[in-house]
Design a protein around this ligand. Sequence first.
Ligand code: ZN
Length: 239
Amino acid sequence: MRICVLSDVHSNLPALEAILAAMAPYDALWHLGDIVGYGPQPNEVVARLAAEGALGVRGNHDAAAIGQLPTDAFNDEARAAVEWTADQLSDISRAWLTDLPERREIADFTLVHGSPRDPTWEYVFTGRTARGSMAQVTSTHCLVGHTHVPMAYLIEDSTVEAHSPDGAALELAARRALLNPGSVGQPRDGDKRASGMVIDTDNHTVEWRRAEYDIGNVQELMREAGLPRRLVQRLELGL
Ligand code: ZN
C-alpha cells in the first residue's frame, strides 16, 4: 500500500494540486493538520481534501480558525490570517475541521500535528524531542508536521539517527521512526516547492517529493484578500 502523507497545506490550493499530482498513484491520503491559515483558499482546500477522503488530525491554525484555540498565542501575522480565515470558512468547512481529532492511530502509525506530548504546540526539531515523542506512542511509527521542515528520526534502542531527505527512498526496515513530510503550502527549509511524503508499507520505505507550483498566482490571491505582506513574500523564499 502506498500512503500519501501531507501536512501544513495552509489554504494553498495550487500547492496542494501540484503535490497530489506528484505523489500519484497512492492508495490512501493522510494529513497532519494546519489545513487552513496563512493562505487565500481555505474552503477550496478543505473541499479538495474532503473529496479525496483524506484522514487526518487538527493543527493549531485549524483549531484557532474554528474558535477552539485563543488567537493571542499567535504572532501578529499568523493571528491576522487566522482571523481572516475564520471569517471566510463556510459551515461545511467549519464542520469538517471540527470533526478532526487531535490524534489518530491508523494501523501501525500515530498521527499528530505537533508531537504526541503536545499535539497542538510542540515542535519536533531535535533527536532528543523525537525520542521523547516516541516514548509516548506504542505504534512503530509516528507522523508529525508543524515544523514545515521534512525530516526523519530513526530510533533504535537509545540512539536516534536524524535524516534529512536527499531524494532517495529511505529504508525503514524494522526501525521505529518519527517522520515529517514537510509543508505543502508554506515550506520553511529553504526550498519553496510544495513538500510531501509517500510511505510504501509493502517495501517499508519512505520517499519525499517536491512539486513546483504557480507561487505568483497564490501571492496575487493573498494580496487581493489583504493578507499580511510578509506572509505573501515568504512563499517565494521557502522560509
Ligand atoms: Zn503550520
